[in-house]
Design a protein around this ligand. Structure first.
Ligand code: FES
Ligand SMILES: [Fe+2]
Length: 370
């Protein structure tokens, strides 16, 4: 059921974003330190996983990823059954991963498939390592760390722009020492454009409407955009701030648990694909797409040229995106530190979207316990 909170429900003296009476005091932060593991999380980019195994951590679980002989990704616990060392320090042999210490081999189901010095009176250990549902989709490796029986009930969040020829992508890695909730609150609160100065993509946001379900929060802001991609040279606005002109655009941001998606007018889409590591550490990929939909003539060109252009322009917004991430991370890590130093201190929040984010996280944490 969708709970919609239209702006018309506000009294005239209250702006939609500043209605303290409607803000429920944040309950104990400790309630939101959890997570619902029954979702698809992103643990790596596809290109990070080549012939060598890759060790990742998802909510304190050490996991090794490797490609089998057919190139399919396998994901199992990153520990050898023998003496608990990391399998990710080993190597891939055919469809198996071989431990670097004594050479025991494990397949993608987590079973021990070979021990090099097993004699005829000995059997392979019957214990198995945990294996995880894993998929490669839209340039990323998606992993389901919860109840594997639920993995097929909801697919990973789609990223159709990744392969679409009309979108230019830029990827920035977020690696921050903070709980994922601080990151999501930052991403859903468009009033923090104040922080970004030269990197700012939007201005003058006003929260217009907020929709909330147990699965997602959609916040609709009206804002001014600094960018307009309507001429082929408009891309240069990504490099030269002086070329930017403010104009009104809708700014829609959505927390689709556990990930985040935003659009600024027709020209930009940004996603944040999350890999929570622990209660105080989060990795995530911020992916910025610039749309070339406005260029009809471009679409008449050969596919091979359009693909060349897409690949050539990959990373066009790198400086801006990395700059935004650096500024945000400083604030997010300071919030985490301030909380650790004084967990009882209350924050004073005026943006209703943040209250919705906190409520969604609490609901998801509860749902994950069922
Ligand atoms: S610790 Fe892995 S084979 Fe011995
Ligand atoms: Fe930001």
């Amino acid at each position: 059921m969708q709970q919609s909170v239209p702006s018309s429900s506000q009294s005239p003296s209250q702006s939609p974003s500043q209605s303290p009476a409607q803000i429920q005091p944040e309950s104990l932060r400790s309630e939101r330190w959890g997570i619902n593991l029954n979702h698809w999380y992103v643990v790596a980019r596809s290109l990070e996983l080549q012939a060598e195994p890759l060790g990742v951590t998802l909510w304190q679980q050490a996991i090794v990823l490797f490609r089998d002989a057919a190139g399919q990704i396998q994901a199992i616990e990153d520990r050898c059954l023998h003496r608990q060392v990391k399998l990710s320090h080993g190597k891939v042999v055919g469809d198996q991963i071989e431990c670097s210490y004594h050479g025991w081999c494990f397949d993608g189901s987590g079973a021990c498939a070979a021990v090099p010095y097993l004699n005829e009176r000995q059997k392979l250990p019957s214990a198995k390592l945990r294996s995880y549902p894993v998929r490669e989709q839209d340039g990323f490796v998606w992993l389901f760390p919860g109840d594997a029986a639920q993995a097929n009930s909801a697919p990973p969040l789609g990223l159709p722009e990744w392969d679409h020829l009309n979108y230019i992508a830029t990827v920035s890695l977020i690696d921050c020492q903070a709980h994922y909730s601080f990151l999501m609150e930052n991403l859903m609160d468009m009033y923090h454009g104040h922080l970004h100065q030269d990197y700012q993509a939007w201005a003058d946001p006003v929260l217009q409407d907020l929709e909330e379900t147990p699965q997602r929060v959609d916040a609709h802001y009206q804002a001014q955009s600094y960018y307009k991609i309507d001429k082929i040279w408009s891309i240069s606005q990504l490099f030269f701030p002086a070329l930017r002109r403010l104009h009104p655009e809708p700014l829609d941001v959505s927390y689709i648990y556990p990930h985040w998606v935003a659009t600024l007018g027709q020209d930009f889409k940004i996603c944040c694909l999350v890999c929570p590591i622990s209660e105080t550490a989060t990795r995530a990929y911020l992916i910025h797409f610039t749309s070339l939909n406005a260029f009809d003539n471009l679409h008449k060109l050969p596919i091979s040229f359009r693909r060349f252009l897409k690949n050539r322009l990959f990373g066009s917004a790198q400086r801006i995106l990395d700059g935004l991430v650096e500024q945000d991370m400083l604030m997010i890590e300071e919030e985490q530190q301030a909380y650790l130093q004084n967990p009882q201190r209350q924050s004073h929040e005026l943006n209703r979207a943040i209250t919705s984010v906190q409520r969604l996280i609490r609901q998801q944490v509860q749902q994950g316990k069922l």
